[in-house]
Design a protein around this ligand. Structure first.
Ligand code: EPZ
Length: 419
């Protein structure tokens, strides 16, 4: 186990390159199961979750090979096998194996997913979707067993706007007989990315990125080559870090449209945000206005950025309120920020943040984005060293974090954690 050490107080300066989106990658890899020939994915992030997914596909019999940020997946000899335990438990996104295996083989047995469980995260909408397509779903000793003699298209209304359920239903419905429509679908860019891959594999999906998605099932799907969209959450985290350190950073290789909510909130605080074709420049200011932030489904402000945003709001002159309408209690970063001297209290779904300087402390990342919040906080502290334990969570979503920050001038390093 390692810990991350941050000696802050230096404005970040320079350019950071953003890699492919983790939350797309973990859906695109299982989507390849639906093809009957080789799928090549480019621009994959080098993250533990992606590596684990590759290993799961290998266990199922797929040929998997890496070269740089490209993965080749040959699913032609892949077979459906029960996966009650093991690697599936390491990833929340292993739930996409349900939709993909169901679509290709009509059956799947998958252990209930693990991953960043910052609060109960039900999958009832995924199951509702599979059942609507004609599958029988049962919970057997902590594993979900899904079986369908024949998948038939259906009209599915999601009671909760869910990224995972939208994608899982798209996966299964791509190989169902007839037409499926998903109403109240999630609109995240990752959903469009998955639909783009599936269509390149021969699926017929329309409307991805809107609240109604229409999927006409096809009998067979084939391989293709696809390049993953940039990681908007990683990009947003660097935008926040640049602002928090009063730096001047170009975030390169992004789709600025995906960053609109983030950019708007930074501008409201007094940060200069300069959008270019595929990059965004962030120029910090000496003082920031306090603001209100509401984390919502896309195109609203991303819940995955609310934790690092909390750290930035400690740098504003006054009281900010951050409310998460996606998760009711995603605030595991707050007690750690309080250890660093932050004036934050949680009331229901909201964090009330009183701006003020932070101090170095020994803190622990309880999940991926909580970890990102602590890194941002540490970067603002000019004296002492902030020690962040739980680096393995941060590694799930930020590749080359230390290298990237060092290139921007930060004094950051990893050390062996105390026993
Ligand atoms: C995805 O999770 C992301 N993960 C999460 O990113 C992200 O926080 C989340 O979407 C919201 O944007 C991946 O893409 C792998 P949801 P997902 O289903 O799909 C409730 C990160 O830090 N819900 O859109 O699992 C749920 O409890 C991670 O990178 C149900 O009630 O999220 C939540 O309140 C963490 N029933 C809301 O909907 C369901 O069946 C949105 O969840 C499904 C979800």
């Amino acid at each position: 186990m390692e810990k991350l050490m941050v000696r802050g107080g230096r404005p970040l300066r320079g350019t950071v390159q953003i890699s492919g989106a983790k939350n797309s990658a973990v859906a695109l890899l299982p989507a390849a199961i639906l093809a009957e020939s080789e799928v090549v994915l480019d621009n994959l992030p080098q993250l533990s979750d992606v590596a684990v997914y590759g290993e799961i596909l290998e266990q199922l019999g797929a040929g998997v090979s890496w070269s740089g940020d490209t993965m080749r997946i040959d699913p032609s000899r892949l077979q459906s096998a029960p996966m009650p335990d093991g690697k599936v438990k390491l990833l929340r996104a292993s739930y996409y194996l349900m939709g993909a295996l169901l679509g290709r083989f009509g059956e799947a047995v998958i252990g209930l997913p693990g991953g960043c469980n910052f609060e109960p995260r039900p999958i009832d909408q995924h199951i509702k979707g599979f059942e609507a397509l004609g599958a029988e779903v049962s919970n057997e000793h902590g594993s979900i067993r899904i079986f369908a003699r024949e998948l038939r298209g259906a009209k599915i209304y999601l009671d909760v706007v869910s990224v995972g359920a939208t994608i899982n239903i798209m996966l299964a419905a791509s190989r169902a007989k007839g037409v499926t429509t998903i109403e109240n679908a999630a609109k995240e860019p990752e959903i469009i990315d998955v639909a783009t891959l599936l269509n390149a594999m021969g699926a017929r999906i329309k409307g991805a990125g809107t609240e109604t998605i229409r999927i006409e099932g096809v009998e067979a799907m084939h391989g293709c080559r696809h390049s993953i969209i940039p990681d908007r959450i990683q990009a947003g985290t660097y935008m926040i870090a640049a602002a928090a350190t009063r730096g001047d950073v170009v975030i390169d290789g992004v789709i600025p449209k995906h960053m609109e909510a983030m950019s708007a909130k930074l501008v409201e605080m007094g940060v200069q945000v300069i959008e270019m074709d595929e990059s965004i420049r962030i120029v910090g200011a000496p003082t920031y206005e306090p603001i209100d932030v509401r984390a919502l489904v896309y195109p609203g402000f991303a819940t995955d950025l609310q934790s690092p945003m909390t750290s930035l709001l400690t740098q504003a002159s006054g009281v900010s309120i951050l409310t998460d309408y996606v998760y009711s209690n995603r605030f595991k970063h707050v007690p750690e920020l309080v250890r660093m001297g932050a004036g934050i209290r949680v009331e229901g779904r909201s964090a009330i943040i009183e701006g003020g300087p932070l101090n170095a402390a020994k803190v622990r990342a309880a999940d991926l984005r909580a970890g990102a919040a602590l890194v941002v906080a540490g970067l603002t502290v000019p004296e002492g060293v902030t020690e962040i334990a739980g680096v393995e969570y941060i590694d799930r979503g930020y590749d080359n974090l230390v290298e990237n920050l060092r290139r921007l001038g930060a004094d950051v390093w990893r050390e062996q954690a105390d026993a």
